[in-house]
Every structure is written in C-alpha cells, then in structure tokens.
Design a protein around this ligand. Sequence first.
Ligand SMILES: [Ca+2]
Length: 521
Amino acid sequence: MANLSRRQFLRTIGLGAAAAASGCVGATQPSTGTAASGPGAAGASRKPAAKPNVVFILADDLGYNELGCYGQKKIRTPNLDRLAAQGMRFTDHYSGSPVCAPSRCTLMTGCHTGHAHVRGNLGRPRVGQLPIPDETVTLAELLKREGYRTGAAGKWGLGGPGTTGLPNKQGFDFWFGYLDQWNAHSHYPEYMWRNQKKIVLEKNLGGKRVQYSHDMFTEEALKFLRESAGRGPFFLYVPYAVPHVSLHVPEDSLAEYKGKWPEKPYKGGHYSGHATPLAAYAAMITRMDRDVGRIVALLKQLGVERDTLVVFTSDNGPTYTGGVDAAFFESAKPLRGLKGSVYEGGIRVPMIARWPGRIKPGATSRLPCAFWDWLPTLMELAGAADRTPKGIDGISIAPTLLGRGVQKPHEYLYWEHHSGRGMQAVRMGNWKGVRLNARAGAAAPIQLYNLDSDIGERKDVAAEQVKIVAKIAASMKDGRVESPYFTFGAPSKTRDEWLAKAKAASARMLKPEWLREGVER
Ligand SMILES: [Ca+2]
C-alpha cells in the first residue's frame, strides 16, 4: 500500500511493539531486538494457544456501592449479582481516573495518568476529546495482532471524527456509538457513529425521545457476539453510557421504581430535568443490569460461555450532578468523595470477572489493582505475555484471576487529576496519600489515610507517619512525567493551541447543516 503509515511500516518489519511501546508518555523504550522476535515474525512459529474471548463491560459513573453484590439495598441488580456469584468480585479495584476520558485511556494503554496521553476531559462538543496519537498502542490493537476480532459499542471519549484517536484507527474492527462525550449527555442523541460513518437518528430529532442509545449499544453488542462466536477469539468492549446523566430511561424500566420513594423533581440545566429523578436513576442501573444479563445469556446460547471472560466495572465514582442523589442511594458507601475526587469514592469501583471453569465461583479478591492492569492481564490470558509492550504501568492480575502462579503486587498505584488546583493520589499497600493542591508543587501537603482501619479517609495521620508520607511524596514526583497537555506547572501552550482549534472546529460542527454532512443515503 502506498499510504502505509509509519506505524504500519514498523509493524511490517517487526518493530511495531518496540517503536510504539508508548502509550505512556516518557515511558522507557525497550530494546528493539531483531525483526525475528517482533510480533510480525512470531506468528508463524507460535503454538496455537487457547485464547479466551473477552467481553469487557464498562458502566459510566457507577458507584462502588451501586450493585447489590457490593451492598446496594435500593437498586435491583440481579444479573450482576449472579455474575459475581459465578465469578470473582474485587473489593479494591480502581478506575484509571475520577473522570471519563483519562480513565478510558488508562484502560486502553496500560499506563496510569502520570504517563498517559489523556489526563483529563479536554475537548469540545462534537469535536470530541483530545485524541490518542497514532503511536499509542492500544489493548485492542494488541489483541487484534493476536488474532482477535475486535468490536466496541458505547461511549469512546479518546478522539473525535477525523482524528488519530478513532476506534477504527486504534484497533477496533467494528465500532458503534458516541465518539464525543458531550453527545453522550443525552441518551436520545441526534447522531452516533458506525465505524467512521455518521448515523443520524431521525426519530430523535427535534428533542424527541425514541431511539435510546443504551438499547442500541446492547443490540450492537449482541449482534457482534452472534457474528463472532465460533470464528476465533473475540474482544468485545461495551463502554455503556449509563448511569451517567442525563437522567433518561424508557418508561418500561421506570415503571418498576415509580412511586417507590418521595421525589423532588429535578428541574434540569445542562442536563435534562426529570419528574422522578430517584426512580430514573435506579431504573437506568437496573436496565443496564438486565442487558448485562442478556449479553451473558447469549454467550451461553452460542456455546462460548466457558471460553469467555466477562469483566464488568465502572469508569469512575458516582456523580454529584444532573439530579442524581448519591446520598440517598449511598452510592459510594463507605467511601469518601464522588466523581471528580481522588478520594476513594471517585476512583474505587466495582469489578467482577467471570470465566466459568477458570475463575473460582463466588470468590472475593482484595488485591489492589487498577484499569491499567487490564492490558497486560488480557495479553497474558491470550498467551501473549511476551508481546506485551514494555514500560507500561500495568501488572497482569491473571495469577489472581486464575488462582495460579505468583501475583506480583504494585509498589503503588497512582492517579493525577487536573481540575481545580490539581490533585494527586497514591495507594501504597494500605496507605493512601492525597495531595489536593498539586499546582503548588512539592510544598503542597499530603494527607495520609490508613485504609485498613479508615476506609472512609476520615483521619489524616500524615503527622504521625512522616516516613510513609515521604515515600508517597517521592512516588508523586517520580511516578509521573509532565504532559504537554496536562501540567501542574505553568499553563500549557500546547493545550491552549489544541483547545483553540477545537473550539473553532466545534463552532463549525454545531451548525445545523453539519448533521447532514457526510451522511450516506
Ligand atoms: Ca464516567
């Protein structure tokens, strides 16, 4: 091909993984080795391995305590509770970030937010969020190289139309959904994307609520499974956009909760209002649970249940906005903080992994692990541990899942968040360090909590544990490299330039005629 990209070229000559080892900004580059050791050359001599199918379902803004199997009392989640009973439930699993886009970036790249390209929800309506670059090697690309069919339906957030970040350019054979996170603020959007084609949802135009995006994602996911089962290994990524606001849910799900609780209508603002916000929120979660049940049932029906790892988790903690009452549902109990916070409530999330015959049913793991562990984990399960890019932050949790081998622990887990005055957090063993004014640099104080005795992060013991605080301070310094876009120091010129272009493009795209541009009829 004449238009062979640099990355495709490098792959062809077997240097793809080496050249691109980084998703992680500034991560160590591994030695390039010889062409014969590269992924291109390895295929011919590789022994066929049993590669599990992977269905990775991601909820959006679902809190730590919002599933029955994690303690929720008001919202019904029978299918996810059953999934946990049939698999392993993790008590100490963390999302990549307290907000959407960077969390997804860590999942796709195996790099935490101290090394990730995307460290915030930087973006503009319809333009989408800051795209991951061509050089980034994603989980989907890696699994595709291992012979997986790759598909995704849901909310992306890692690059808008025409950019290097598109799912189809980052390893997904098939994509359906929202590219831009703003578009996902309505579950009855005017348009979505099927691969790189804009799909106008005619029945939703003019503010009508007919085509519920969540239902469409489920249908696309089920279709992908029907088309893929029995045709070699597949990776299906389902980043649902619920229960993220707006509070939108079809009447058949709302009915279950209507009249159940005293309601105070939510008037709406940026997000849509709702007459019965409590019922709506619960119904969104229960509908999602129903659809996880449909996906799992189809795996059985297709005869691939025992060949398929199903993972369910959430991209960050529960929200504080849009009419959601996290206090009423005790959405993050017993944790402190909500979405947007690096306290546990913003980042510790439910995670269930189920693989009949391989993962022990009804098991619970307290292993501290995080989104960036999935890339090396799934590579190891695919029999491709030796082809996992070097220099990433993730550690495979396959030994924990399979109850086999030695689980390497993290020295620490790291998060940074660029809202307000900047935040950093480190979990080191059972210690949790939180710095709330990261822009002030090393002088900014670090709060320290003992999660063992104080999971709610109430008692700051920094003054009593000076050595631990010093170690955490060192991790906050050494565990990151400065990003061109997300800085704790001087404002980033690169970011400002990108944003200026994005704003101009967004203004063009928000004109009514854009909706019809490039739509095939
Ligand atoms: Ca989210």
